[in-house]
Design a protein around this ligand. Structure first.
Ligand SMILES: C[S@@+](CC[C@H](N)C(=O)[O-])C[C@H]1O[C@@H](n2cnc3c(N)ncnc32)[C@H](O)[C@@H]1O
Length: 241
């Protein structure tokens, strides 16, 4: 698994090698920023110190080159960041691409198989962004279990995935090198997988109806969040306190 993603690490740009995707967003960060802004709207603790005066502990599971943490931090999200990935090449990129002006590089840890290299109940927030479609279906339940294991009671888990109901998504994924072995999964599979691994309160939103480069159209995306045709979907799951 590591080798599959290591070969893409040095040039990883969020799949922007497809011309249609480049048309919709001028940089990979445009796409990541849609998710980051969505997270900032939900996770108020990222915008200020939490009730204990400390920072939220945030795990980016399958963090790749660290883009989501970097864009979040660039938008002002205050968190103690940690990332893990099966690809050591991706983790090296995450460290190398972290800008000095964003402070300390996140804690980055290599992962072997599904087991995350972190102890139980450590994180307030855990995120898996564009990871599950790279995990073989039979291995996905173990990922849900791991994400729940590392969350604190009351912690929040966020899964972002490509929406297979969107024809543009299917077209782009079928032609993107890093997705050569991807198996897309629909919202119901994520919901069922999470509920099969733990007791969660679950909410969902659909994202990316408008081109990510046109951030000012965000109000349209927010109005359409119920419609199951967005290019991405987000599942928010809260672990019982
Ligand atoms: C498309 S990239 C997404 C990276 C990042 N989450 C983002 O949104 O930019 C998918 C990442 O998932 C990682 N990955 C694949 N299978 C994994 C698994 N079973 N556990 C953790 N990471 C995995 C890959 O190494 C790769 O870095």
């Amino acid at each position: 698994m590591s080798a599959e993603f290591d070969k893409h690490a040095a040039t990883y740009d969020g799949g922007l090698d497809h011309p249609l995707k480049r048309l919709l967003g001028s940089s990979a960060d445009d796409f990541i920023a849609v998710k980051a802004r969505w997270l900032l709207r939900r996770e108020h603790g990222l915008r200020s110190a939490n009730t204990n005066g400390g920072r939220l502990r945030l795990l980016d599971y399958g963090c790749g080159a660290g883009d989501l943490m970097r864009v979040l931090a660039g938008l002002g999200a205050r968190a103690s960041y940690a990332g893990c990935d099966v690809s050591t090449g991706m983790l090296a990129q995450a460290a190398a691409r972290w800008p000095a002006n964003l402070g300390a590089v996140p804690t980055l840890a290599a992962q072997h198989g599904a087991r995350t290299p972190f102890g139980d109940g450590q994180f307030d927030v855990a995120i898996a962004s564009a990871v599950l479609h790279h995990v073989p279906p039979a291995d996905r339940p173990a990922v849900y279990t791991e994400l729940g294991r590392v969350l604190k009671p009351g912690g929040r888990l966020y899964v972002f995935e490509h929406n297979p109901r969107n024809p543009i998504v299917r077209h782009v994924v079928a032609r993107t090198p890093i997705d050569e072995n991807a198996i897309l999964l629909d919202l119901r599979e994520v919901q069922d997988g999470l509920l099969g691994s733990g007791r969660y309160e679950i909410e969902t939103d659909f994202l990316m109806f408008t081109p990510p480069s046109l951030a000012w159209l965000g109000f349209v995306d927010r109005a359409l969040a119920w419609l199951p045709l967005g290019a991405q979907y987000a599942v928010a799951a809260r672990k019982p306190a």
